[in-house]
Ligand binder design. Structure first.
Ligand code: 5GP
Ligand code: MG
Ligand code: MG
Length: 183
């Protein structure tokens, strides 16, 4: 059997590893400055945000804590329905905390919109969002995202934490999946 290369399953590399790392260092510098003197609680949304969290957090110089949340959105297919189920809740009490949600991508915005409302009801002192990627053309609700890495076209992307059927999360770049992979 012929050996297959993951690269053959991708079309465009949308964001290279180098650009991702440069951008995360830039965002981290802003975050350090904005939260000077405050303890931040970074909340990563599993599983997609694992890589962003790892690299962003290691570029920060201030003290931070990390927590994780796993959510799934009800509804068929790959599209978010906005009805969110908590699969793993936070370990931390958010009362009085400065929360920075770390996300891989804002697509429709429905998941984040739900999370923001949920966290607000838990008494956080402040809540902001850092997302590596955003698809402006896919927005169904506006999300006030203070730290955005890259705006990308409305295409399904994989890599750097983002999956298709749980694969491709380990790619270092963000890329568009070739159509033949879907069929
Ligand atoms: P939402 O539509 O609620 O903004 O997106 C929810 C989640 O769907 C994202 O956090 C991400 O995990 C997943 N998602 C959205 N767009 C893409 C995409 O282009 N590729 C991949 N792999 N996942 C996506
Ligand atoms: Mg996500
Ligand atoms: Mg996924």
């Amino acid at each position: 059997m012929e050996s297959s290369d993951i690269r053959d399953e991708l079309t465009d590399i949308l964001v290279t590893e180098t650009r991702i790392q440069d951008k995360l260092r830039e965002l981290a510098a802003r975050i350090d400055e904005d939260y000077e003197g405050k303890d931040v609680l970074l909340v990563g949304v599993l599983k997609g945000a694992v890589m962003v969290m790892a690299d962003l957090a290691r570029s920060l110089r201030n003290h931070v804590e990390m927590d994780w949340m796993a959510v799934s959105s009800y509804g068929a297919g790959t599209k978010s329905s906005g009805v969110v189920q908590i699969r793993k809740d936070l370990d931390s009490d958010l009362t009085g905390r400065h929360v920075l949600i770390v996300e891989d991508i804002i697509d429709s915005g429905l998941t984040l919109s739900w999370l923001l409302e949920n966290f607000a009801s838990r008494g956080a002192a402040s809540i902001e969002v850092c997302a590596l990627l955003r698809k402006p053309d896919a927005a169904k609700v506006e999300i006030d995202c203070k730290y955005v890495g890259f705006d990308i076209p409305n295409e399904f992307v994989v890599g750097y934490g983002l999956d298709f059927a749980e694969r491709y999360r380990n790619l270092r770049d963000v890329a568009v999946l070739a159509p033949h992979v879907y069929s």
